[in-house]
Design a binder for this molecule. Structure first.
Ligand code: GDP
Length: 313
């Protein structure tokens, strides 16, 4: 039986990954903060249905010793590092805590694995925000990085570290460069869940307006369970490598909002108002991923178009 350790197990991706691994007979271990264990019904709601099948370990990404101890004890065959301070704001507020958590957390995990479990395969959840302001679309593994947010910088620095642990120390360490991926488990601060949840509240008569930023913004939105499948496949391959994980299709926020409201028999124009507070700086060329490498190497491809993802909400 393989043993897997997941950071960020209570998040959208961590919960789908735990389901996938349990279904494949893995022994699944999850790193969580101590306060999550104490308030599990609320903070671990995405994985409440899996609690009996997961061994939880209290540890913090900014505490190297706590991570080292868990890794030394669990001796995982595979480690999936999904935890991060994950909201992309282009302002640089809170930059110290985002950088510290995201970069040091990755560093502490890699260093601990190298010392205590060097045969463990390691996956790092990178982000399309590593590409940031791009000169062309779609982007692939050879596209130059140009991050525009502290989040993107923290992910890019971690990605370079992952590559160095692979080349310098021989660790089986890989980065998946993940474009936006959505599901009913997505956090409410992301625009997709914000739209679907407020549209439902409007339909039920519990709200009457939805305030959004730039409706023309384009994103490459995929389906989170598909992306978790890709993440797992990356660690099953014979060679460690880095891959773009994307659909290669852009949709606008306006297309998303139109589709979500029309599922409920509503016209979004009657409810949506623009609030400049939610605007980000203009993106002349959108983030859109070219996933040819992972399709050719691992046979992975996305299964759900955006309309079907929205329909699941
Ligand atoms: P991100 O790609 O990680 O930044 O995911 P988000 O879901 O936060 O944002 C996706 C896109 O939606 C971005 O281009 C935003 O500019 C755009 N957007 C438009 N209105 C909103 C809003 O009200 N909230 C958020 N979060 N994003 C919005």
């Amino acid at each position: 039986m393989k043993r897997a350790l997941i950071t960020g197990i209570s998040g959208q991706d961590g919960s789908y990954l735990a389901e996938l691994l349990i279904a494949r007979d893995y022994e699944v271990h999850g790193l969580v903060r101590r306060d999550s264990i104490e308030d599990s019904s609320r903070r671990l709601s995405n994985i409440n249905h899996l609690k009996e099948d997961i061994t939880f370990h209290a540890a913090a990404l900014d505490n190297e010793l706590s991570l080292y101890k868990v890794i030394a004890k669990v001796q995982p065959d595979e480690c999936y590092h999904l935890a991060a301070s994950s909201f992309v704001s282009y302002s640089f507020e809170d930059e110290y805590s985002i950088l510290t958590t995201n970069f040091n957390g990755t560093h502490f995990l890699l260093a601990s694995l190298k010392e205590a479990s060097p045969d463990c395969r390691f996956f790092f959840a990178g982000s399309s925000e590593m590409f940031g302001t791009v000169e062309a679309a779609p982007q692939d593994e050879a596209t130059p990085f140009n991050p525009r947010s502290i989040y993107g910088i923290s992910k890019l620095a971690s990605h370079h570290l992952v590559r160095n642990y692979r080349t310098q120390y021989g660790l089986f360490a890989c980065t998946g460069i993940l474009y936006n991926h959505e599901s009913p488990r997505r956090d409410f601060k992301f625009v997709t869940r914000k739209i679907t949840s407020q549209a439902a509240r409007i339909k039920l008569g519990l709200a009457d307006k939805l305030y959004l930023g730039n409706l023309a913004a384009l994103r490459d939105w995929g389906y989170a369970p598909d992306y978790v499948q890709a993440i797992w496949q990356i660690l099953q391959h014979h060679t460690p490598d880095d891959y773009v994980i994307a659909t290669g299709v852009n949709h606008s926020v306006e297309e998303f909002v139109t589709c979500a409201f029309s599922y409920l028999g509503l016209n979004y124009r009657d409810y949506v108002e623009i609030d400049p507070r939610f605007y980000r700086q203009a993106e002349d060329i959108p983030l859109c991923g070219n996933a040819t490498k992972i399709r050719n190497a691992l046979g992975w491809q996305p299964t759900k178009p955006l309309e079907d993802i929205i329909a699941e909400w």
